[in-house]
Design a protein around this ligand. Structure first.
Ligand code: PFF
Length: 456
């Protein structure tokens, strides 16, 4: 069947609307849940420094590339790549890059939903006053109980999938814009409040030192890969999510500036989360490397012991759920859009099918924290394996090819036309996407395979 002409896309009402939606996608569990716990597991400062370098040198240029490609292609990532490849006289095989993204988003949502489910469970716990005046020990036990219960986790995982898919079924627009507009400032406010609490713990400086004072003897090759993978994960890059949002972007908007604003806001949220969490970890003699439960074992201590903590705790976990929702939508939108176009089904039907499939896969993550905790693949349980496969392999690989495509396949005339930056800045961008980003991904991959043995 001949492919249809590009659909006339709806467009964001303004540059601000795009910033809101893309920030909604970027800021999520990756910033508040994942960044602190992987920083804790990987030794702190040096890891954070590599992560920040990756954001600036790889993340921002690739975010510009994805936005620009989306705006030029104006379709879902698979068709956008097909169109742009044809325009550049390149192989139609580039569309498989779109595939990689669709699958990555699908896989990520399966565990993302489980963790978002934990956050929902914590909304309920905050509401019933479970943290009030409790010690670190009691708070840790609360989390251990949740982790041990497949039923409780499955329940919240189900609720979250239903919430996500019912938004996606209605089409990603209006509501998203409005909710992110309220969400981001509120999230900033609550994180500042938590940082202020962290200052009263007596371990504030120790927390800051852990986060910002690099000790390169702590840095392993695997940690460098995790930091790089997280730069992709946290900015929603390497899988076409930002490409989809870029496809709704009006022509007269500066892509470079918006990419910097989004990356800046995203990084600020992650660092604030770290500044709130690590002082609490040290003040209560908790383990920095305790893994995915870290925020659930630390932040409730703050809420349980500060004035107004009941309200703030409730609000915080509600906001965390909303931040997760606005990211979850962008994780599954590429798969739903593809399903609609491929099978010619309604958006509603596509959402139900995808939601059901993601739900089943997510049950593997639920069980990996209890009944299947001993079932491992290459030493990783189900959750760890999917997390590693997506964040450390699929997203960087997707980013690698997106960078090459934008820098080396697309005609410079076309990319410069879209980016509309001056010649000097354009050369810097082109150098970063053509050489620096692909080389960085390649070297970090080879290093983990033991080829160089840097930081091992
Ligand atoms: N950036 C999101 C976060 O940090 O929580 C996760 C994510 C969303 C990754 C969308 C990839 C994506 F396409």
């Amino acid at each position: 069947m001949a492919s249809n002409p590009p659909p006339i896309h709806e467009q964001w009402s303004s540059r601000f609307a795009f910033i809101l939606a893309a920030t909604g996608s970027a800021v999520g569990l990756g910033n508040i849940w994942k960044f602190p716990y992987i920083t804790g597991e990987n030794g702190g400062g040096a890891f954070v420094m590599v992560y920040l370098l990756c954001i600036v040198l790889i993340g921002v240029p690739i975010m510009m590339a994805e936005t620009m490609m989306g705006r030029r292609g104006r379709q879902n990532p698979i068709n956008t790549l097909k169109t742009l490849a044809a325009e550049a006289g390149a192989s139609a095989n580039w569309q498989y890059l779109g595939w990689l993204g669709v699958i990555a988003g699908f896989l990520i949502l399966s565990f993302y939903s489980v963790i978002a489910g934990w956050s929902m469970a914590y909304v309920a716990k905050a509401f019933t006053g479970s943290f009030s005046g409790e010690s670190a020990g009691v708070i840790s036990q609360l989390f251990a109980d949740l982790k041990a219960s497949p039923k409780e986790q499955a329940f919240w995982h189900t609720v979250f999938i239903i919430a996500t898919m019912s938004i996606v079924a209605r089409g990603v627009s209006g509501g998203l814009e409005k909710s992110v507009r309220f969400l981001m400032p509120s999230l900033f406010f609550l994180l500042m409040l938590l940082v202020a609490y962290a200052m009263t713990t007596g371990s504030y400086m120790q927390g800051l030192e852990f986060l910002f004072k690099p000790d390169f003897s702590e840095l392993t090759g695997a940690a460098v890969l995790t930091a790089m993978g997280h730069a992709f994960f946290t900015l929603s890059l390497g899988m076409g999510a930002i490409m989809v949002y870029g496809s709704y972007l009006p022509k007269d908007i500066s892509i470079a500036k918006t990419a910097m604003i989004i990356a800046g806001a995203d990084t600020a949220v992650a660092l604030l989360a770290g500044m709130a969490i690590f002082p609490i970890v040290f003040a209560n003699d908790l383990a920095v490397g305790s893994g995915p439960g870290l925020i659930f074992e630390t932040l409730p201590i703050a809420f349980g012991n500060m004035t107004g903590g009941w309200l703030f705790g409730l609000l915080f976990f509600v906001l965390l759920v909303f931040a997760a929702l606005s990211s979850a939508i962008s994780l599954i939108e590429p798969a739903v859009a593809w399903c609609i176009e491929r099978f010619n089904v309604s958006r509603k039907k596509a959402s139900v099918i995808m939601g059901a499939l993601v739900w089943v896969l997510g049950m593997g993550t639920v069980l990996s924290f209890n009944e299947w905790s001993e079932v491992t693949i290459f030493g990783a349980n189900f959750f760890e394996a999917i997390d590693y496969l997506t964040a450390n392999i699929m997203l960087p690989l997707g980013g690698f090819f997106i960078a090459l495509f934008a820098g080396r396949v697309m005609l410079a005339k076309h990319s410069q036309d879209e980016l509309e930056i001056n010649n000097q800045l354009f050369s810097v961008w082109k150098f970063l996407v053509s050489y620096v980003a692909p080389a960085a991904v390649f070297i970090v991959f080879l290093n983990v395979l033991g080829v160089f043995g840097i930081f091992s």
